[in-house]
Design a protein around this ligand. Structure first.
Ligand code: AMP
Length: 910
């Protein structure tokens, strides 16, 4: 009004009675002053005010003048000193249509100071209009007999303006309302930055940003410069997402252009497996010098000087090789003679040789080695040479081509279900007795002379032909180059299921070779003195540059879990989940983190989450597993409440039980089986996950401290495990029963909001969870069996798989629905008034089960007494308008519990 000198288009009612005055042409006001007249009802309405959809809370600031009633003679009886502010929401501009009834009063507006004959006071008042939801609104001012002038009306809402904080950008955000005082806003990392947690910040009602959460950091290859991430310059690198600056390339490395994650070694220089990728590369040592042979007391003493160039390393060792030549034919003679102290791994520059034969010409070669000599024995390619329906022949290359080894190599052969290890001397193998039309995974690793793994391993997938389609491969002539060196190769063999291969549950095991015994039991990684040995044995090392993190999908106990891509050269790209270890960990935490991979790596089963590999040799340790698109089972079911028929739910349980049977066959006790630890993929296959060792006792979110100090997820745990830590496959069966319940109840929390203490007490008193709604009777009976107090009487996982299979084969068996059985079922904690007395009204009862929002539905349907409530069936509850499955269940259960209390006192226990 202040700014405009013209017509505002506001509507007055009664028409043309509110006055617009231009006071000295400076001030445009609306005024009214009918103080002498009775029953005033004058309105002024604004034009339609469009609303930005997110602005549900607007402020109205009014500037106005009110004349003192006492300043009018004889009118004080009817004269007023206030006016009213009204608002009306609308989805469209209604033009000059005006209906008083459509306006809601916001407030009565009174002046702080009134204007007398001599002195003018301008008042400013601000009011908030909340919860606006339609396209726009009107404001209206009602005068009931005052002498007022409205000078200005300012309508506004508050926003937090777009900002960049901690490398995350947040959009302009409209401030929330009183009932949502802090509006949470997700941000996005600026270009080339990443964060472990989704960056978030809160916008206050006053339009201020507070409490930023989750810091973005520049990606590997980028560094922070003025709120943005810039590429590392040529000759610099940054290997991890961090707040650090790019570092110059270390010695003996190549300068990459820009954005380098690390600086690769220059030709002829290497890094040993334990060398950090950020460190320098070292060369091979040159030859030892000045080899001298002397004889004394029938022994030959060889001594030499260290190499001139140790390649920049201190871990120099020596090996000796002996050759005897007869004419032009030479052979190794190291086995026939004796070295003191040894012929390999020497750190001293001398050795004594005995048991030499007379009149023979011996030639000794001394070689210098260092940490990188071992590493450079890398498997570089693996290829299929020939295949039939039952055999595969492969060959592979090793880099660099090994020279004749100086010592005999010992070979280890291990084998276990599905995964077979075999040790070889040649870089070629033919494996027979395989299943036609099936893909197998091969992993080859070069072993050093002391049988410890050296260098990197390589994994490839090859498929046998379908029966009747025998053929020679196209690349037969690429077959093995001539190999006449000795080197240990370890082949890990595992079979991958083909979509077109039908399989029974046990069929996934490898069983074709009689001479090899399956390794049946799981090995606790803690039995290894050095946990790194366990991880090397059970997991494949992945280079971090083959892993790309894409998006945070969850929070693990050690750090974020990401969805990402695994792209190993020569292999198909695969979607993976990447578990990370938070920066700043202790060595113990790192080992605990990796122990999960050491455990997971021992399992190969359709219903156990598959380990793809680990990153252990770089700053940020990672565990890479297959990606399960639908995430954790509890959440997935909650999001799809009521969407699956029993048949499908039983199918899910069948998968979980098959995975658990496999684990129990391997003598692995899970201890934390719960729907939150089952993952679901796109095909709705369920796989058991979460194999941390320390987790159950320390970091489980559901965990509660027991008297003995450990942490246990009470609701899922068998009584004997809670009481005296008797964790066995039978206690896993109890937990499986709870998982069955969670599945049938679509992710409902077991025992609802009962406290852990109430749960333990009820279980002790032999009560059990009631059957979920629409749960087949046979399935509920199985749950009750899993929850037998005597653990010896509970079914075993093998029995459970068989029973569920049987149910799935005859779907009619799922048609009988379990009843609520008051003799065995736990009662909901709030099925009576707090003092145990019956509820006096429907609304009191609804309030006790936190369902007050349906009070009106009950009363509208004429259900006004508790007696009527007790008569209601599930259908009736649905019909009165309770639609959400969770609410339906809560109300139905409560009614069942009430019936139980009112009918009989004879409560039996299982
Ligand atoms: P965990 O530390 O194993 O409990 O993982 C934490 C969360 O990350 C889980 O609840 C899942 O939501 C998610 N997650 C873990 N592993 C995977 C996976 N392989 N595929 C998909 N989501 C996963």
């Amino acid at each position: 009004m202040k700014a405009t000198g013209g017509e505002l288009g506001w509507l007055t009612w009664p028409l043309d009675q509110g006055d617009k005055t231009l006071n000295g042409s400076q001030l445009y006001t609306y005024s009214v002053c009918n103080v002498g007249e009775r029953e005033q009802d004058n309105w002024l309405r604004t034009t339609f005010i469009q609303r930005r959809p997110s602005a549900s809370r607007v402020f109205v600031e009014l500037k106005f003048i009110v004349r003192d009633c006492n300043s009018f003679d004889g009118t004080s009886l009817t004269c007023k000193e206030t006016f009213n502010l009204f608002t009306s929401e609308s989805d469209a501009d209604v033009g000059t249509t005006f209906r008083k009834g459509q306006f809601k009063k916001v407030d009565t507006i009174a002046p702080d100071e009134i204007t007398s004959k001599n002195e003018m006071h301008i008042n400013t008042e601000t009011r908030v209009v909340e919860n606006l939801s339609r396209k726009g609104f009107y404001l209206a001012f009602q005068d009931i007999g005052a002498c007022i002038a409205l000078l200005s009306v300012r309508v506004y809402y508050k926003t937090c303006s777009a900002t960049v904080q901690s490398l995350a950008s947040f959009p302009e955000t409209v401030a929330g309302s009183e009932n949502q005082a802090l509006r949470e806003v997700s941000g996005q990392c600026v270009e080339n930055a990443d964060s472990e947690e989704l960056p978030r910040i809160y916008c206050t009602v006053d339009g201020e940003w507070v409490v930023p959460v989750g810091q973005c950091q520049c990606k590997p290859g980028y560094e922070e410069v003025n709120d943005s991430c810039q590429e590392c310059q040529a000759g610099f690198f940054k290997s991890a997402a961090s707040a650090d600056k790019c570092e110059p390339c270390p010695a003996n490395t190549q300068r990459l252009e820009s954005r380098a994650l690390f600086c690769p070694c220059m030709e002829g220089f290497y890094r040993a497996p334990a060398d950090p990728l950020s460190g320098p590369c070292s060369g091979l040592p040159s030859a030892p010098k000045d080899l001298v042979a002397t004889t004394s007391a029938g022994k030959l003493l060889l001594s030499w000087s260290p190499p001139e160039d140790n390649g920049g390393r201190t871990d120099i060792t020596y090996s000796i090789e002996c050759q005897c030549c007869d004419g032009s034919v030479c052979q190794s003679c190291s086995e026939k003679i004796r070295y003191d102290p040894a012929n390999v791994g020497l750190t001293d520059t001398k050795v004594s040789v005995s048991d030499l034969d007379a009149h023979i010409n011996y030639t000794f070669t001394v070689e210098a080695h260092s940490g990188v000599s071992l590493f450079i024995n890398q498997i570089t390619t693996m290829r299929l040479v020939e295949r039939t329906s039952s055999s595969l022949s492969l060959s592979w290359d090793v880099s660099p081509r090994p020279r004749v080894q100086s010592s005999p190599i010992r070979y280890e052969l291990t084998y276990r279900k599905k995964v077979r290890h075999t040790l070889l001397e040649k870089n070629f193998v033919q494996i027979s007795d395989l299943v036609p039309g099936t893909a197998y995974l091969f992993r080859v690793q070069a072993l050093s002379s002391d049988s410890s793994p050296g260098g990197s391993s390589m994994e490839e997938q090859f498929e046998t032909l379908n029966e009747g389609t025998e053929q020679k491969p196209q690349g037969k002539n690429c077959m093995c180059f001539d190999i006449n060196f000795q080197m240990g190769f370890c082949i890990f063999l595992s079979r991958k299921r083909n979509s077109h291969t039908r399989q029974g549950p046990e069929d996934t095991y490898f069983s074709s070779s009689e001479q090899l015994k399956p390794l049946k039991t799981y090995v606790d990684p803690h039995t290894y003195e050095d946990p790194n040995t366990a991880i090397m044995k059970f997991a494949t090392e992945i280079h971090p540059s083959h892993v790309t993190k894409e998006k945070v999908i969850g929070a693990g106990e050690f750090g974020e879990v990401y969805r990402g891509i695994l792209k190993v050269p020569g292999r198909k790209e695969a979607a993976v989940a990447i578990k990370t270890l938070k920066p700043g960990y202790m060595e113990k935490q790192r080992q605990d983190f990796l122990s999960e991979a050491s455990i997971m790596g021992q399992f190969t089963h359709q219903n156990i989450i598959r380990l793809e590999g680990v990153v252990t040799k770089f700053k940020h340790a990672m565990i890479v597993t297959e990606y399960m698109e639908n995430g954790a089972l509890d959440r997935y079911l909650r999001d799809h409440d009521g969407e699956f028929p029993s048949f499908q739910l039983v199918g899910m349980m069948r998968g979980i039980s098959a995975g658990m049977k496999y684990l129990s066959d391997m003598s692995y006790v899970h201890r934390d089986l719960a729907a939150r630890n089952i993952l679901v993929n796109n095909n709705l296959e369920c796989k058991v996950s979460d194999f941390g060792l320390s987790r159950v006792l320390e970091d489980e979110p559901e965990g509660t401290y027991t008297t003995s100090g450990g942490k246990i997820p009470i609701r899922w745990t068998a009584p004997e495990a809670i009481a005296y830590r008797k964790f066995t496959s039978a206690s896993d069966v109890w937990s499986f029963g709870i998982v069955m319940w969670e599945v049938m109840a679509f992710g409902e929390r077991p025992y609802w909001d009962m406290s852990n203490h109430e749960v333990m007490k009820a279980i002790n008193e032999a009560f059990r969870l009631p059957a979920p709604m629409d749960c087949p009777s046979a399935v509920y009976q199985l749950m009750l069996q899993c929850w037998l107090q005597d653990r010896a009487k509970r079914p075993r996982f093998g029995d459970i798989v068989n029973l569920l299979d049987k149910l799935l084969r005859s779907p009619d068996s799922l048609k009988t629905i379990a009843d609520f059985d008051p003799r065995v079922s736990i009662r909901l904690p709030s099925t009576s008034g707090s003092d145990g007395s019956p509820f006096r009204s429907v609304s009191e009862w609804l309030e006790s089960i936190k369902m007050s929002q349906y009070s009106e539905n009950f009363s509208c349907a004429g259900v006004v007494t508790m007696d009527q409530v007790l008569q209601m069936k599930n259908e009736d509850i649905k019909n009165i308008g309770v639609r959400l499955p969770g609410h339906l269940k809560r109300i139905a259960y409560s009614i069942l519990g009430l019936k139980d209390q009112t009918s009989t006192l004879s409560v039996f226990a299982v």
